[in-house]
Structure formats: structure tokens, C-alpha cells
Design a protein around this ligand. Sequence first.
Ligand SMILES: Cc1ncc(COP(=O)(O)O)c(C=O)c1O
Length: 348
Amino acid sequence: MESTPYLTVDVEVLDRNLSDAADAAAASGLALRPHAKAHKCVEIARRQLELGAPGLTVATVGEAEVFAGGGCADLFIAYPVWATPARAARLRALAERATVRVGVDSAEAAALLAGTGAEVVVEIDSGHHRSGVHPAGAGELAAAAARLGLTVAGVFTFPGHGYGPGRQARAAADEAAAMRTAAEAMRAAGIEPGVRSGGSTPTASTSDSGALNEIRPGVYALNDAQQVELGTCGWGDVALTVAATVVSVAGDHLILDAGSKVLGADQPAWVTGGGRLPDHPGARVTALSEHHATVVFPPGAPRPARGEIVRVAPNHLCAAVNLADELVVVRNGLEIDRWRVAARGANA
Ligand SMILES: Cc1ncc(COP(=O)(O)O)c(C=O)c1O
């Protein structure tokens, strides 16, 4: 593979991340249902299932179709799916070949799911303030869904407000408190929340196994610059990097041939730039345009020469993977395989 930019996966790092997380979840008594939107890749999903995952999490019906086709028989669409007639028909077809659970945060959305064969999982807001009902409202919504003839499997939340330096512990505590409230509300409404699903990569290791029985991290498999900057992992745990060539050197900065069309454009206010160079931890990606990354090195730090290939960790790997057709799999720096990003663009 001589033409940069392209995405590489170090398979040894990947396998270690997968087995460490599987072992940690098992030791805490939590089911690990990995979010496959992070890697979108059937080969990685199979490794996760072989390590004991009861099934996968996905974000869309399209992703569920791809992973069902790849052999996964248990899928949770952790998203408030709006089942238009066309989407309901796809869900019905999917539910004939796999166990399918779907997130729901309104009685209106639940009504559209009736008759699809999918079970529903009530989404609650534990502090991220995205989708989800107030935890105390979980019982009322679960009862409404049950009246529509739906099987209510349980409750879920995404503690996304843990994304930010020093915010993880608080978000995990919010998640646990919200899940306890929601579970009580559902029991009071006569519905047992068999599934109590939470988790994100930053909060996974501090998930409260008294309040949850399942976690759904996704990024943990490959890791990215955001996770390193949050302290969730170290550089040695980053399995996915972009191979990019130094194409220009000017003054105190150089230019790589990987811009936002390869690295993705995600750049929350708390990160230090547009990605990181694991082999040059002092360097900063100070600007990204579509095909250029501008990288500044600290004075006196060793820097790569024109024509050299360097590794860049994207800020948010989900976005970077969604821009690539394939992942170049390496072991000890040598290409051993290519994996298709099978669920790329499966956004509907
Ligand atoms: C609903 C839901 N569950 C799980 C995850 C996975 O968390 P992470 O991306 O931190 O691995 C996400 C990520 O966006 C999500 O939206």
C-alpha cells in the first residue's frame, strides 16, 4: 500500500483492547454489547462476538442489516428509531432473522414500531441532554409501549456528558442514579427492566454494575486521540491510525496529505488540535483543511522529513472510519489483510 492517506489497524493492539474490555466487563458482571458504529467492520464484530459479546449495538437499521448479514443474530439499535412504513418493513424483515431491540423515547415512536417484531428499550436522559425521557418517566412510557402490544425489554442511556476532561466519574454517577430511578419507575408500572444498558468508552471502566447489567462502548476497540486526551487510554492502546505523507515543509510547520476528508472534522473545544501524531506526542495538528493537516512541532523536537510517512490518530475514529472504504490491517508494521468498512454510510 504505497499511496497515502489510508487507515491502518494494528491487529495486536485491537485484539488486546477487545480482550481487556471483555475480561473487565466479565469481572464486573456486566454484559459487553459493543457499539459497532465505531468500526463498521464485520471482521471486528466477529472478534467481539467470539469474546463473549451477547450481540452488537448499532445506531441505524442500515447498520443492523449489515451486521445481521455478517452473522450477528442479536442487535440493539440504540437510537430513537422513527419507523416510517418503509423502515418498519425493513425492521420486520430483520426481526425474522435476528433478535432486534430498538430504542424508543416517545409513545408516538413506539406506535410506529408496533407489529414490527422488534422489542423496545426505553431511552432515558442521564445528563447528556440529547434524546431520552426523564428517568422518572420511564415507567409511563414503558406502560404506553406495552399497551401498544410491544415487548419492553428494558431501559438504556448514553452518558455522553462524560466526554470532557475530568467529567467521566460524574457522568458515570449520573448514569447510575438515573438508571436506578428509571428501573424503579418501570417496576412501579409493572414492567421488569431486564435490560439496563449504559456505558460509553470514557465511562466504561467506572460503570456501576449495581445499576446496569450491560455496557455499550464502541471506540474502546480501536481508540483515538480524544480518548488519549481524556486519559481513557494511552498511545499504546490506539489501534487505528491514518498513514499520511509529509508533503510540504514551511517555517515551523509541515503539511500532511490527510485532511478533514480522511481524519474527520470532529474537534470539540477541549481537544488540543485536529488529531495527534502518536510517534510525536509533542506535535499539534493546528489546522485541517480538506486535504491538508498543518502540524506544528515544539522547538528542537525531531520532525519527519518531506516524503516521510507518519501515523495520525484522528480525534474521533467513528467519523474517520465512516470516510474510508477499507482498513489496512497490519501486524508488526506489515500489511496482513484488508477489511471492508461494510457499514460505511449505512446511515438510514
Ligand atoms: C447510544 C450510544 N451508545 C453507545 C455509544 C458508544 O460510546 P463511545 O462512542 O464512547 O464508545 C454511543 C456513541 O456515540 C452512543 O451514541
